[in-house]
Design a protein around this ligand. Structure first.
Ligand SMILES: Nc1ncnc2c1ncn2[C@@H]1O[C@H](COP(=O)(O)OP(=O)(O)OP(=O)(O)O)[C@@H](O)[C@H]1O
Length: 256
């Protein structure tokens, strides 16, 4: 028997309070390690809510979620959130520095026994100078630095899946390319919301259109050899991704 998918989503639906019809329904897809699924759709259609539902931060009222064959109720919410990490769309100024944040996140009970990732390498892959940016207060980082530092923390926590809400919205074109390559090579399954129409074609994978939920393959994408080389440079194996928000109730989501 073949192993279950890494992340399996079947028939997920969401209706806003007071709404007469679902925002989206019948959302189904499955992901294996390293897969990329872009979420596309107009503003307000519910892309963020879908990511938050996958992270158990916002309730979907229909459908099922499974991580390596286990439902959230079997795995427990903290364990789910330490392996399926949501990185918030907008800047979040946490107290302290990115390095302190990462160290705090590593101490969460749900992370005990998990191997530590290499935060400096993840930051460098995103085009940051780790010795500077990781030791600076979040509040003093530029928007693009803070966004990439969040992604580097997330990546270095080595989740199974990263839920990325417009992860390059604050980056200049050079940084966008670095982040795309770093995320594509990080080893986690990626669910990636973007408004950049060219981004799916640069990264590759599949895309899901809201509200209908149709999933299609994307033409193009990063060359598999480039991804393999980046993975080898990292030391191979399952790697980096996803941020941790060591706050009560959020566990390891990066952001509120
Ligand atoms: N926590 C929430 N509870 C109830 N309704 C919400 C919540 N968050 C967002 N909404 C509403 O749900 C709808 C979808 O919002 P969402 O942020 O998911 O859209 P989006 O597709 O990500 O938009 P954008 O592309 O502009 O970021 C909007 O009408 C929004 O007002």
């Amino acid at each position: 028997m073949s192993p279950p998918p890494l992340l399996e989503v079947v028939g997920l639906s969401r209706t806003l309070q007071g709404g007469s019809s679902p925002l989206w329904e019948g959302i189904s897809f499955s992901l294996q390690p390293g897969d990329v699924l872009f979420i596309r759709g107009p503003s307000g259609i519910g892309k963020t809510l879908l990511l938050r539902s996958l992270a158990l931060l916002d309730p979907a009222e229909g459908g099922t979620l499974r991580l390596r064959g286990q439902a959230p109720s079997e795995l427990g919410i903290p364990a789910w959130r330490s392996d399926v990490i949501y990185v918030h769309q907008s800047r979040v100024d946490f107290p302290g520095t990115p390095l302190e944040f990462f160290e705090l996140a590593q101490k969460l009970a749900a992370r005990r026994g998990r191997p530590a990732g290499d935060l400096a390498a993840a930051a460098a892959a995103m085009g940051l100078d780790p010795s500077v940016v990781l030791n600076q207060k979040w509040a003093s980082l530029s928007g693009g630095q803070a966004q990439r530092a969040s992604l580097a923390v997330a990546a270095a926590l080595r989740p199974a899946a990263l839920l990325l809400d417009e992860p390059t919205s604050a980056c200049d074109p050079e940084a966008v390319r670095a982040v795309e390559a770093a995320l594509a090579a990080c080893g986690a399954a990626l669910v990636w919301v973007t408004h950049d129409g060219a981004q799916p074609g640069r990264v590759g994978g599949r895309q899901l259109e809201l509200p209908g939920g149709a999933v299609s393959a994307i033409e193009g994408g990063l060359h598999p050899q480039a991804k393999a080389a980046a993975a080898a440079a990292r030391g191979g194996g399952r790697q980096a991704a996803a941020g941790a928000g060591p706050r009560e109730g959020v566990e390891v989501a990066i952001g509120p």
